[in-house]
Design a protein around this ligand. Structure first.
Ligand code: UDP
Ligand code: MG
Length: 321
């Protein structure tokens, strides 16, 4: 019996890379070992350039190419889960459209599927493409989150991963958070897991869509979503400050008894500034959690599909399955 492999690709303004991606990936997919056949599912994440037109050309000449077209840009995370939602494969691979994830790895992934593995994380051995700042901040982020969270994250895991239908079903049904970190879910769902190493290629064309600022925002949200430790910061610092206050009180009474009323303008100003700064930071952290709660409570769709191509099941129009 045939087995279907779904390759999910998120696309945002990739007109310069798409043809090369299709050519290279198509070559690999047409040479899959039996019993594997494929579908190539592109999610167009509101591209403003000619990406959609190019994708429609592919879909016209090849019915195995499918398109999910968003109503606007919803971001990479939304595009990946939309692809997983619409994929019908026994095995699903998520990858980027810029050829940073080498398509020849697909063969190795299939070997792992055939060996019975259910979740396969692709780990970068080297990232020649990202600058020193990105590499450093990424390492710092993983150190921090591994400290704060119960889930142990693979530091060099990428948005390149594969899973079987059972694992994908868990993501489809149970991980519908609005503030999302798909890579984290993939690593925390369990199942028979393995990792494969790969060397990231440089981006084929165009520019990275993630700025340092958006990565920072993304990292903060991820830490908050996977850990409630920052929320408890208030209690810890409250206790520390109370202890400190007690010591200052004892000291003040002592100097008062010995030398009369102490004058301490500078001390007071420094202490008040310090205490207020800490208070505001803690209030800010609580605010961040409330913002996430607010987003979840509003329960707006993770993505909105405008139309699809070569997909029979078009009943899924938003993320709310
Ligand atoms: N992408 C997307 N929506 C976005 C931003 C990016 O679908 O809002 C896609 C993009 O087309 C690419 C993948 O996500 O296929 C990874 O983006 P990029 O290469 O810019 O990120 P990097 O590899 O630099 O982390
Ligand atoms: Mg990239």
């Amino acid at each position: 019996m045939d087995k279907l492999l779904s390759v999910v690709v998120s696309v945002y303004n990739e007109e310069l890379a798409l043809r090369e991606f299709y050519l290279e990936t198509g070559r690999i997919l047409n040479a899959l070992p039996a019993p594997w056949t494929y579908e190539l599912l592109f999610v167009n994440d509101g591209s403003a350039d000619g990406s959609l037109k190019i994708l429609r050309e592919f879909a016209k000449e090849n019915p195995r190419v499918k398109i999910v077209n968003f109503s606007r840009n919803f971001g990479h995370e939304a595009a990946m889960i939309a692809g997983i939602d619409h994929a019908r494969g026994d095995g699903i691979i998520c990858m980027d459209a810029d050829l940073q994830h080498p398509p020849e790895c697909i063969f190795k992934i299939l070997e792992k599927f055939d060996a019975g593995y259910e979740v396969i994380s692709m780990v970068r051995t080297r990232n020649k493409t990202a600058g020193a700042i990105k590499n450093f901040t990424s390492a710092a982020f993983y150190r921090l989150i591994n400290r704060l969270s119960d889930v142990k994250f693979e530091a060099n895991a990428s948005d390149f991963f594969a899973m079987n239908r059972a694992a994908a079903d868990v993501l489809r049904n149970n991980y519908r958070e609005k503030v999302r970190f798909l890579r984290g879910y993939v690593q925390s769902v369990g199942f028979e897991k393995t990792i494969l190493e790969y060397e990231a290629r440089p981006r084929f064309a165009g520019e990275s869509k993630y700025s340092l600022k958006s990565l920072f925002r993304f990292s903060i949200n991820t830490i908050l979503c996977f850990s409630d430790l920052p929320l408890k910061l208030g209690i810890y610092s409250g206790c520390a400050v109370a202890l400190f206050g007690l010591l200052v009180m004892v000291y003040t009474i002592y100097t008062w008894a010995k030398f009369g009323a102490p004058s301490g303008y500078a001390t007071i100003v420094v202490l008040i500034s310090f205490m207020f700064a800490m208070l505001f930071v803690i209030v800010g952290i609580i605010g961040e959690y409330i913002a996430i709660l607010f987003a979840e409570l509003k329960d707006r769709p993770i993505y909105i599909v405008k139309d699809t191509e070569n997909l029979e099941n078009t009943s899924i129009s938003t993320s709310k399955l």
